[in-house]
Design a protein around this ligand. Structure first.
Ligand SMILES: Cc1cc2nc3c(=O)[nH]c(=O)nc-3n(C[C@H](O)[C@H](O)[C@H](O)COP(=O)(O)OP(=O)(O)OC[C@H]3O[C@@H](n4cnc5c(N)ncnc54)[C@H](O)[C@@H]3O)c2cc1C
Length: 290
């Protein structure tokens, strides 16, 4: 099917994009890489009157590192995140998740801003973004705000972004050197999307007990989540098999699993628990004590 008719305007700056969103209201949609929006337009699941192209705004590009954090521009592609040396060394969880998005074409065109704003239930980034406790920066008519990752994903294809806001960057505090990490994913073999994806960051004390741990889960439910009960069960513990298994079984407290042609709710529940176990074991194996 072809999309319904729409007008098109390229924004030269974030301010111009915001002004266009204000001017056209509900009828306007931003477009970045187009890899989630165009399929939706073709299926006529969205019929905007105006596409505002933000794909060439220079200030939305690039990766900047300070001593405390890394800022990743919204237009940074999955390929750039997978291959950027600064991200690979400081945030290997994020670069690994990016490397496993879709296929080469998708990774070359798709952007982190578009992926987060779209909030597909099966997207890879949410697991990593949650486990890294990132902040999503949005700019709108009333200025700029930082949205913690755990407050960003609200429901299926729904985020905390307001209609007139542009997601400008993702900011991630640098985890300590020597932290352990893992991204475990059961991928849909046709698209690459996550049927289940689990991202984990672990920091160990010098005696080997867990000083800090974060677990983010995507794909399994309508919205990605932080597995707080699992984290609490691991905090301060030495990571023996029985501790890990018991903590992984707490991963889904209160979650309604998706039940669709890619997997039943019971299948997703088992896979989520299994991948959580694997992610903790792999992250612990990579973590340096102290
Ligand atoms: C065949 C195929 C396979 C895929 N496989 C995977 C996969 O394995 N894992 C995965 O995670 N994803 C996958 N994707 C999705 C892919 O990652 C997309 O690139 C991504 O979801 C959207 O990024 P985009 O830049 O293309 O956004 P667009 O399609 O341009 O936009 C998507 C939505 O976000 C909004 N938007 C875009 N940028 C901004 C911004 N800066 N601020 C506010 N709103 C914004 C748009 O208005 C639109 O609603 C796949 C896509 C395809 C086509």
């Amino acid at each position: 099917m072809n999309p319904s008719e729409f007008a098109y305007q390229r924004a030269g700056s974030v301010e111009e994009a915001i002004a266009l969103l204000q001017e056209h209201g509900d009828g306007a949609k931003l477009i970045a890489g187009g890899h989630s929006l165009l399929p939706i337009l073709k299926l006529r699941l969205a019929e905007p009157d105006m596409l505002v192209d933000i794909g060439r705004i220079p200030e939305l590009r690039g990766v900047q590192r300070t001593d405390a954090e890394i800022a990743i521009g919204a237009l940074t592609t999955h390929h750039e995140i997978a291959t950027d040396g600064q991200i690979q060394s400081a945030l290997p969880l994020l670069s690994d998740a990016a490397a496993r998005v879709g296929d080469r074409q998708v990774r070359n065109r798709g952007t982190i801003g578009g992926a987060l704003a779209h909030a597909d239930a099966a997207a890879d980034y949410p697991a990593a973004i949650l486990a890294l406790d990132a902040a999503i920066v949005a700019r709108g008519p009333r200025g700029e705000r930082r949205i913690p990752a755990r407050e960003f994903f609200l429901d299926f294809l729904t985020t905390a972004l307001q209609p007139e806001e542009v997601l400008t960057e993702v900011r991630i505090s640098l985890p300590p050197e020597g932290h352990g990490w893992s991204y475990q994913k059961l991928a849909n073999q046709a698209s690459g999307y996550a049927i289940v994806g689990v991202g984990t960051v672990i920091v160990l004390h010098d005696q080997g007990a867990v000083a800090d741990v974060r677990v983010g889960v995507t794909g399994a439910a309508a919205v990605a989540w932080r597995a707080e009960a699992t984290e609490t069960a691991l905090q301060g513990q030495r990571l023996q098999n029985d501790v890990i298994a018991a903590a992984a079984d707490l991963v889904d407290g209160g979650i309604d699993y998706l039940d669709d042609l890619h997997g039943s709710a019971e299948y997703r529940r088992r896979v989520t628990r299994g991948l959580t176990r694997r992610a903790i074991v792999e992250a612990a194996g990579r973590a340096r004590q102290g």
